[in-house]
Design a protein around this ligand. Sequence first.
Ligand SMILES: C[S@@+](CC[C@H](N)C(=O)[O-])C[C@H]1O[C@@H](n2cnc3c(N)ncnc32)[C@H](O)[C@@H]1O
Length: 307
Amino acid sequence: MNSRLPSSTANGMPDSGLSAGALYRELAASLRASGTPTPELDARLIVCYALGISHETLVAEPERRTSLPARQTAFSYAKRRCAHEPVSRIVGVREFRGLDFKITPDTLDPRPDTETVIDASLEVLGSAPRPEGHRILDIGTGSGCILVSLLHEVGSATGVGTDISERALCVARDNASRHGVTQRARFVCTSWSTGVAGSHDLVVSNPPYIATGAIADLAPDVYAYDPRSALDGGSDGLDAYRAIIPALRECLVPGGWVVLEVGAGQAEAVCNMLATTAKAVGFEKPCHWRDLAGHVRCIGARRSPSA
Ligand SMILES: C[S@@+](CC[C@H](N)C(=O)[O-])C[C@H]1O[C@@H](n2cnc3c(N)ncnc32)[C@H](O)[C@@H]1O
């Protein structure tokens, strides 16, 4: 444990009378000293959640008084963060696409890079209007962040989210309700798209894509907290794509799009799989989208309208 956490927390007696702003500064210094990569951001999130105030309130009212229980909560959160637990895991919420998503130990902690999947999906949906509303299938939905964000942004769309984990689907249902899309979302416990009836105009997936042997090398914030089933993509990380792509024949309409998130260095292999199945499923030439760091983050391909 780092030595900069306020000494008074060691005996369970946090400093008395810290204002919200002083509490923030205290925690940011502690997190910085412990080597946490984003100390200011984490301290701000911790203080806001522990005090139940918005970021705007923290900035506008730094002299705001804090209660002893709230300070104790904030110090305990900071202690957990210093031990590598992500803030989103501590508070049970992750912001994705401007929406707060509940997360639990059964769900992947949604990553900002996955917002590239949303951008790509909106682009392809925009290129193929459907007056009756697009039908979306999200394979391996986890917290539901992809499907719920898309339904939130495309008011006429309906969607299905699948996952092998019923517990993850409970979280996805909660998130659909939280963001007002329950009436347009359905969640099914199944392997990939098995048994999902109906044709979809867009199939999206951020499947598990870490090679089994590489999981132990991930940062402790990842491998110790994300469920193994959300990470493990088999010996080369590509098992999920091998299962998902051929089955698109059954769930994607001719003229519809598939958008798949890929890991570092996997784009070419996934494009090759799409090309290999092109005869059976009828895909046109794949295209890609890059994340903010400039890495190819997702691959998309349209199923030929005449397929
Ligand atoms: C990388 S996580 C993505 C979660 C969420 N879509 C996101 O982007 O944050 C992959 C998800 O696939 C699910 N999964 C793993 N194996 C599966 C299978 N055979 N069928 C369906 N879902 C599966 C996991 O439970 C996990 O929720």
